[in-house]
Design a protein around this ligand. Structure first.
Ligand code: SAM
Length: 256
């Protein structure tokens, strides 16, 4: 039976086998615990299985795709677990694995939100190989004082190394997306001593208006923010995009 693609779920299935193989070759899979987000009709799943993971946990929201995934699960009973749920509602730590890897052609509409949620689990994630919209890859890897530098760049770069590996043109998908994609590899750092929620709160407020000075973005929300900027060695008249990731860590420790 034909599958009707759901735009609302970012359904752009990869149809180029050599790209699927290339994605899978970017990480060691043998005997590892792999989570695949949005397996769809199982194109990437089949390539992952070829590399003998210890377990493969599939998280797919669209119940209409179950029939494709059930078939695979039957064939690989001892390896595959199928979770038919919204990945944004899943807590990776509930699975009780000490180390996991993530591989996915992400649904673009939730990519940034999901990556921010995933990176909170940096202590159990060994690596992530993800296909994202090219613009999201730019934001994830953007350096200070460049146009793509944002909350997402700072949050991710404080917790992980991000590598843009290769770009993928729209005609490798069915249906064809409007934008180009990029495959990225993210390797979380071990043992970060950053208070994640405090940092994220400071980032949300700091980047609220990029054209405003950092002083003006912060002043409504924090007591003595100008004094505290000076204490951290930050020019209160600089723009948020000119603060280095470490500056935001310092700020998150002193602002209340
Ligand atoms: N892995 C397949 C491939 O590469 O051809 C499909 C990738 S497609 C870009 C994204 C997949 O994520 C779709 O199967 C879609 O149904 C699923 N999806 C979208 N939102 C989701 C969510 N919140 N939780 C879990 N899966 C989701």
């Amino acid at each position: 039976m034909q599958h009707f693609f759901k735009k609302s779920l970012g359904q752009h299935f990869l149809v180029n086998k050599s790209i699927l193989k290339k994605i899978v070759s970017l990480d060691e899979i043998k005997n590892k615990i792999i989570f695949e987000i949005g397996p769809g009709q199982g194109a990437l799943t089949k390539e992952i299985l070829q590399n003998n993971p210890k377990r493969l946990i599939l998280i797919e929201k669209d119940k209409n795709l179950k029939k494709y995934l059930f078939k695979l699960q039957e064939k690989f009973k001892d390896t595959i677990s199928l979770i038919d749920d919204d990945v944004l509602k899943v807590n990776l730590k509930d699975f009780n694995y000490k180390k996991i890897k993530i591989m996915s052609n992400l649904p673009y509409n939730i990519a940034s939100t999901l990556i921010i949620k995933l990176i909170k689990n940096y202590d159990i994630i060994e690596s992530m190989v993800l296909m994202v919209q090219k613009e999201v890859a730019e934001r994830l890897s953007a350096r200070v004082s460049t146009s793509f530098y944002s909350r997402l760049s700072v949050l991710i770069q404080l917790h992980a190394e991000v590598e843009k590996v290769f770009d993928v043109k729209p005609d490798n998908f069915n249906p064809r997306p409007k934008v180009e994609s990029t495959v990225i590899k993210i390797i979380p750092y071990r043992k970060r001593k950053i208070h994640y929620d405090k940092l994220d709160n400071v980032l949300k407020i700091s980047f609220k208006q990029r054209r405003k000075t950092i002083k003006n973005n912060l002043k409504e929300f924090f007591i003595d923010s100008e004094k505290k900027l000076l204490k951290c060695g930050i020019d209160p008249n600089s723009r948020p995009q000119d603060l280095k990731p470490i500056d935001f860590v310092k700020l998150s420790r002193v602002l209340i």
